[in-house]
Design a protein around this ligand. Structure first.
Ligand SMILES: Cc1ncc(COP(=O)(O)O)c(C=O)c1O
Length: 466
C-alpha cells in the first residue's frame, strides 16, 4: 500500500473483516488500481497498517487465491495474477463460495457436537431426522406448501432425489416426459435407469401443451419432470394458467409430476413464482427441493415432499441408495433454520444475486445484436441464447475460451440437439466485474460475427415487461 489504494474496514459491518478486506482488494484489481504481476503488501505490513490480526490478512489472501485473483510465490509473497489466466466460468450453475455462510455454519456444527456428542454421528431415520423435517415443514409453509413431516423425506441432494424417484417408480423402458431442453443431470439419471424419454418443447410461458396432450392421448407416461420456475437451462417460468393446466392434465390422465424446485427462492421480477406443489390438490406432484444453488452444494442436502401412496417405494429406494443422509449435517441444518439464520442468508443471497441479475440483463439488452434470440428471465441465475444455424458457434466458443470465458453449450441439454446453436450463461459463479467484462467481450464477438458496428441501444421493449 503506497497510498494509491485505500482500504477502509468497518468493524460494525456484519461482514467479517477478512471478507471486507478480500472485497476491497478484489475491487482494486478489477479496477486495475492494482496491476497484473504487482506484489501485494506483506501480511505483517498490511495487518499493522490496518490494525488487524495477521490471520485476517492470511484468510483474505487465501480467498483471493482460490478465486484466482492473486498467486503466492514461494519466498516472495503474493502477487496479482495475470488477467488472462483468470477463468470466468459462466458455464457453472454452482454458486460462488464467497456467498457460503461458512463462519455461521462452523459455529453451528461445533454447537451440535457439543450438545449432541456421539449421537450426532449415528445413522438417522432413512426418511430424515424428524426435527429437521419439522423445520422444513415450517419453512415450506411460507411458500404455501402445506404438508406434514411424515410426507417429507430428507435426501442427499436433489440429484439423489431424482435418481431414487426413478428407481422407485419407473421400470426399464417406461416412458418419462421431460422439458426440451432440460437439466442434464436429470436426463442422465433417467437414462441410467433405462427410462424411455420423451421431450416436450418449452415455449415462452411453459410447455407446449398441445404437444403434451398429443402424447397423453396415445399412451400415458409415468412421470413428467419439470422446473416451472426459472427453468434450467432456459430461465423460463410457467404462467399461472400453465401451472393449473398441468395439474389438471396430471389428474385427468393419471401421471405424476416431478417438480424440481432448484431456484424459486430467487425470484426477482416474477408475479407468480408459486410452485406446482403449492397448487397440488390431487397429490399428483412429487416435489424436490435442492439447497445447492441457495446454500452450499457440498452439504449434499435436499428434501422431497411425497404423495402418501408413493412414500414406501421412495423410502425403500432411499435406503438402498445410501441408508440415510448425514445425521450431523441434518442436525446442523435444523439449527441453522431454527435460529433464523436461513432466512437472513436467503435475503442476503437475493440481494447479491439480484445485483448480478440486473447488471447482466441490462448489458445483454444493450450490447447483444438482435440476431441473438433471447427472452429475459424473471429470476434465477440462467440466461439462454439461441443463434442462427449459419452462426460459427465453434469459433465463438474457441474465441471465448482463449479469453478464459466459459459458457455451457446448449447441446448438452437436449437428447438430440437442434441445428441452431444455443448456450446457457449462468451468473452464479462470476462477480459483477467479471459479468460486465464477460458480457462486453461476448457482445463484441457477436456483433463482429453479425458484422454490426454499432450497439443495439434499444433492444426489444417487449421483453422489458418483466
Ligand atoms: C435443475 C437442477 N436440479 C437438481 C440439481 C442437483 O442439485 P443437488 O446439488 O441438490 O443434487 C441441479 C444442479 O445443478 C440442477 O440444476
Amino acid at each position: 500500500m503506497d497510498g494509491r489504494w485505500i482500504i477502509e474496514l468497518d468493524r460494525k459491518e456484519k461482514k467479517y473483516l477478512y471478507q471486507q478486506l478480500a472485497e476491497a482488494i478484489r475491487r482494486e484489481i478489477d479496477t486495475r488500481s492494482l496491476e497484473e504481476g504487482e506484489p501485494l503488501p506483506s501480511i505483517k505490513r498490511l495487518a499493522k497498517e490496518l490494525k488487524i490480526n495477521p490471520a485476517t490478512v492470511v484468510k483474505a489472501y487465501e480467498v483471493l487465491e482460490k478465486e484466482g485473483y492473486i498467486e503466492k510465490k514461494l519466498g516472495s509473497g503474493s502477487f496479482v495474477k495475470d488477467r488472462e489466466t483468470q477463468i470466468l466460468n459462466f458455464a457453472s450453475g454452482t454458486p460462488s463460495y464467497d456467498f457460503f455462510p461458512v463462519e455461521d455454519f462452523k459455529k453451528i456444527i461445533n454447537d451440535v457436537m457439543d450438545n449432541d456428542g456421539a449421537r450426532a454421528f449415528e445413522y438417522t431415520e432413512g426418511q430424515g431426522d424428524r426435527a429437521l423435517r419439522v423445520a422444513l415443514k415450517n419453512y415450506i409453509q411460507k411458500y404455501n406448501i402445506h404438508t406434514n413431516e411424515d410426507h417429507i423425506h430428507v435426501i442427499s441432494g436433489a440429484q439423489q432425489g431424482i435418481d431414487i424417484i426413478v428407481k422407485a417408480l419407473v421400470d426399464q423402458g417406461e416412458k418419462v416426459m421431460i422439458e426440451k431442453p432440460s437439466y442434464t443431470g436429470a436426463i442422465g439419471a433417467f437414462r441410467s435407469r433405462g427410462a424411455s424419454l420423451i421431450e416436450v418443447p418449452i415455449k415462452n410461458d411453459g410447455l407446449d401443451l398441445k404437444y403434451l396432450e398429443s402424447i397423453l392421448v396415445e399412451e400415458v407416461p409415468k412421470l413428467l419432470y419439470v422446473m416451472p420456475n426459472f427453468q434450467n437451462p432456459t430461465g423460463t417460468s410457467y404462467s399461472t394458467y400453465q401451472k393449473h393446466r398441468l395439474l389438471e392434465l396430471a389428474e385427468k390422465y393419471g401421471f405424476y409430476i416431478l417438480e424440481d424446485d432448484y431456484l424459486s427462492d430467487l425470484s426477482f421480477y416474477s408475479k407468480d413464482s408459486r410452485t406446482l406443489k403449492s397448487l397440488d390438490r390431487h397429490h399428483k406432484v412429487i416435489y424436490i427441493k435442492s439447497f445447492s444453488k441457495i446454500f452450499m452444494p457440498g452439504l449434499r442436502l435436499g428434501f422431497l415432499v411425497v404423495p402418501e401412496e408413493l412414500q414406501e417405494a421412495i423410502l425403500e429406494a432411499k435406503l438402498i441408495s445410501d441408508i440415510s443422509t448425514s445425521g450431523l449435517l441434518q442436525r446442523a441444518l435444523k439449527e441453522y433454520m431454527e435460529r433464523g439464520m436461513w432466512e437472513r442468508h436467503i435475503e442476503r443471497l437475493k440481494t447479491m444475486y439480484s445485483r448480478r441479475f440486473d447488471l447482466a440483463l441490462d448489458l445483454i439488452r444493450r450490447e447483444f445484436p438482435e440476431e441473438v434470440v433471447f427472452k429475459a428471465p424473471k429470476g434465477g441465475l440462467n440466461f439462454w441464447f439461441q443463434l442462427p444455424k449459419t452462426f460459427d458457434f465453434t469459433k465463438f466458443v474457441k474465441d471465448l475460451e482463449e479469453q478464459g470465458i466459459r459458457i455451457a453449450r446448449g447441446e448438452y441439454f437436449f437428447l438430440t440437439p437442434p441445428e441452431e446453436p444455443s448456450f446457457r450463461f449462468s451468473i452464479a459463479n462470476v462477480d459483477e466485474e467479471g459479468i460486465r467484462w464477460g458480457i462486453l467481450f461476448m457482445a463484441e464477438l457477436l456483433r463482429k460475427a453479425f458484422r454490426r458496428k454499432g450497439r443495439i441501444e434499444d433492444r426489444e421493449k417487449q421483453d422489458l415487461i418483466l
